[in-house]
Design a protein around this ligand. Sequence first.
Ligand code: A3P
Length: 283
Amino acid sequence: GECVWFEGIPFPSREFPSGHLREVQENFLIKDEDVLLLTYPKSGTNWLMETVCLIHSKGDPKWIQSVPIGERSPWVEAFRGYNLLKDKEGPRFITSHLPVQLFPRSFFKSKAKMIYLIRNPRDVLVSGYFFWRSAKLVKKPQSLEQYFEWFVQGNVVFGSWFDHTRGWMSMRDKENFLILSYEEMKWDTRSTVEKICQFLGKKLEPEELNSVLRNSSFQAMKENNMSNSSLLKGQYLEENGELLRKGVTGDWKNYFTVAQAETFDKLFQEKMADLPQDLFPWK
Ligand code: A3P
């Protein structure tokens, strides 16, 4: 696995060559009716995608069980996703891990709705360690200790969590912007789904909402071959790799040493202290 650099940030070269990233930034046309799902990798992207797709189909699982997740809400920065999106008529669901400064320029003049999903970066780190360790896309970390160093230095694909989060947070006062957290999704899934419905202007009957919740659960997603790791095995993931690994909050406590926890707290404080702390509900 190799990386390619674009504007100072490493990307997995196979899927995101820098010429393509430039093309996306300069020429991809965002439409007012688009819905953007934005995350730093390992923040619960696929969960959000599945949830939004189910809300769209009013809880009917037909769509999520017949079309691969990456075709329902393609990654605009990936070759394949870009082509799928470019040719699609009407409103689109678009997923992206791009930092705000590399996002398609047309977006900043559009009224497209965007949801930014944030997750405790400590859990993002642990999730990322297990994922990239068994991914075929980039250099595999040899230990959690090594990945911890890479992560705190921002020397990871899609760049520093801190920069990514700060960048997108700068949009937070826009009315077409909704910030959600993995933690609130986990702790109060129903209210979060209701929040998304309201934001997207979708009204669901109680039994439709129940079906959204049932079909987007960790277990349901693990069993859905259109959403689980089986899509990635072979080309992108080793056999032992899991997209749906544990699906819990606070797993970092099982892995960080006391020293790592302290280092991380200090860094978080340094980088994020000036933002409203209610953006970070895991505290
Ligand atoms: P863990 O590795 O901590 O288990 P992404 O989709 O951005 O790559 O994020 C992957 C993380 O989201 C993984 O975290 C995965 O288990 C978790 N996840 C995916 N679907 C989920 C669901 N339905 N409920 C809870 N967590 C989910």
